[in-house]
Design a protein around this ligand. Structure first.
Ligand SMILES: Nc1nc2c(ncn2[C@@H]2O[C@H](COP(=O)(O)OP(=O)(O)OP(=O)(O)O)[C@@H](O)[C@H]2O)c(=O)[nH]1
Ligand SMILES: [Mg+2]
Length: 320
């Protein structure tokens, strides 16, 4: 398994004040792992079952010496409200089935039944504490959707679009109060002007869990300057791939006809390739370019991932 520990972002000469790069991909393609590699810190939770639920933003800052997780008060209150509802349900029968026997989610409900809710802070320091907080937030939202309580949370202070506690997260008028990571700007990384914001998302198949969640992801993709599509070398199931194609098409429809230069793809989990038995990396890259209609030059598939997002001269080099 690739353990991307260090990422060196060699140069980033952005022309715009804000470049937003969102990652999308098939289920468990390694989206969060890739972004941890870009940041150079293991802050986004990852595991081999569905993990990311809410999109998470991250940016590089000259003004911080250690990573921070920033949570807006609306988000903290929402998560606390949902947490209280979950606590009330934590002893209900048949929870295991309703949580599809997912061990992490069942453990979380058991914790909620005996412990206080996790205290979320406006700013969290400490890499492990950051991962734990993000895991908690993502699982609280995931369980609320699986137990179908997202529409029953009552809150007078959350602007509602159409019932429920989550819709405010994708209100077009307000910047959604998503979790935000700030990491120190690496010395080798210079941003002469502007800011690079990277957004982690849940897989398209997964976001079908909830129409709200899907909408949150799509609105992030619409706002993105660049979109990085992560796919597994060995491919994913065809439904998952079809959903990803559909999401990419939806995004394309929202763009002016400027070609597909904002789309990049990264073929991940290349270590799972069996030499001599499967397509070569070049063949896989070509297949990915065709399937998702991404320019071949924008498809990267090296074991030492190297990618240049040309329009903005952003170069990422990952070390494994
Ligand atoms: N073998 C191998 N495993 C990897 C690689 N990249 C990530 N993984 C593992 O794949 C699993 C899924 O990775 P995540 O980063 O959580 O995937 P994701 O796409 O963010 O998944 P969701 O957030 O659930 O949508 C984790 O157990 C990772 O450790 C890789 O290059 N090779
Ligand atoms: Mg993830």
């Amino acid at each position: 398994m690739v353990t991307p520990i260090t990422a060196v972002v060699e140069s980033c000469a952005v022309e715009k004040l804000e470049v937003r790069m969102a990652i999308v991909g098939t289920m468990k393609a390694g989206k969060s792992t890739i972004l941890n590699a870009i940041m150079g810190y293991e802050l986004l939770p990852s595991r081999n079952t569905a993990m990311t639920t809410l999109p998470t933003e991250m940016s590089f800052s000259r003004h911080t010496e250690q990573p921070q997780l920033i949570l807006k008060s609306e988000l903290i209150t929402t998560i606390n409200n949902i947490g209280r509802e979950l606590k009330l349900k934590s002893n209900e029968r048949n929870l295991e089935n309703r949580l599809r026997n997912d061990e992490d989610l069942i453990k979380m409900m058991n914790n909620l039944s005996t412990n206080e809710l996790m205290t979320l802070e406006a700013t969290t320091y400490g890499n492990l504490k950051i991962v734990d907080s993000l895991k908690y937030i993502n699982d609280v939202v995931r369980i609320s959707i699986m137990l179908n309580i997202e529409n029953t949370i009552n809150s007078t202070w959350i602007p509602r679009l159409r019932g429920g506690a989550l819709p405010f997260l994708y209100s077009k008028e307000n910047a959604p109060p998503l979790p935000r990571l700030k990491v120190p700007l690496p010395h080798s990384f210079s941003i002469p002007k502007g800011e690079l914001i990277i957004i982690d998302t849940s897989g398209p198949n997964d976001s079908n869990l909830s129409a709200h969640l899907r909408q949150i992801v799509i609105s992030q993709l619409q706002r993105a300057t660049l979109i990085l599509v992560a796919v597994k070398f060995i491919g994913s199931d065809s439904t998952d791939e079809a959903k990803l194609q559909e999401d990419i098409e939806t995004i394309r429809e929202y763009r002016d006809t400027d070609g597909s230069s904002y789309l990049y793809a990264l073929v991940n989990k290349i270590d799972q390739r069996i030499e001599g038995k499967q397509n070569s990396i070049e063949q896989t890259k070509a297949a990915v370019a065709t399937k998702y209609k991404i320019p071949l030059a924008n498809v990267c598939g090296k074991k030492w991932h190297e990618m240049v997002c040309a329009p903005y001269s952003i170069t990422f080099r990952f070390r494994s």
